[in-house]
Design a protein around this ligand. Sequence first.
Ligand SMILES: [Zn+2]
Length: 337
Amino acid sequence: MKSHIMKIAPALFILAAFAYSQDPIEPPSALAGPELPKGFAGTFLRTDRSEKFIRETIEKLVACGTRHSLSPWTDPRRGIGCGRDRIVEFLNGVSKADAGQMQVVVDKFEATAPRTNNQPAPLENVYGILPGSDPALSKTAIVVSGHFDSMPSDIMDPHADAPGADDDASGTAVSLECARLLAIPDVVGAVFQYRATLVFAAVSGEEQGLLGGTRLLEYLKQHGYKVGAMLDNDIVGADFAPGGPHRVRVFSDGGADGEDSPSRELARAIEDIDGRDYVRLIFRSDRLGRGGDHLPFVKAGLAAVRFTEPLEDYHHDHQTPRVENGSWRSLPPRRKT
Ligand SMILES: [Zn+2]
């Protein structure tokens, strides 16, 4: 008898797993269902986003050669100032198209850190600010951000090529594309009224120690904003299986008890809105040993998450492009195993 049960137990388990792999159907009821959210002020379809604009933004930023935070701010063709100019041009175009509602701000500041040789470094962030219409909420900022600085293999080298297409022209392009879609009425065929203020940010100094993200939070506080949500897009460009089903990772810190926090609640809200087919919640503040511009917000107890591609290729990050064995690559030397 015992051996008979042992034989069928795995089959029962498989059946049970199959039966309960989906939520059970709700029992019929005459009672009204739960009240669903009434929809959002501004929504757009996945098909509304423009691959052309995103690709153009990334290519224009890459064409600056390097966007190292210690490279020149004044050379229009090479260096981080070239990157800033491309971002300002894009946001000025958005502002013109929405009749000047969006304010374009170049926020100049100084920061001192080990990766600025402990000397004050001049840095700049760029913001597109779309003021909210509700007096009670217009001083609440919903922030979308990417960092436009880049680095080669040597984090202190402002001269070497550092195209940074994935890290993080891709996240900057997301921020700018969100600005285009949400601020220009005609793009998605509707006029949106946002109750809270939307801030589309492109920040510098990330690789030198999250300097631009830290400044972004300071800027918002100085201008009297509360932070409703901060959505950091960092390394969101690579696709190992184009067209295949994959989900962007959403990192959220768990707060003091490791389980619940404004950031975790924000991550859950994102999953509710986007659906599990499109995002994968990772209950960590960031990847192991890595960080991003959301962290200064997380440390301040605010709702902030990081979006990163599903399978990160570390060969895309922080590598000086070079020719190896006759072929052009940005890969590190392969070890013989
Ligand atoms: Zn990055």
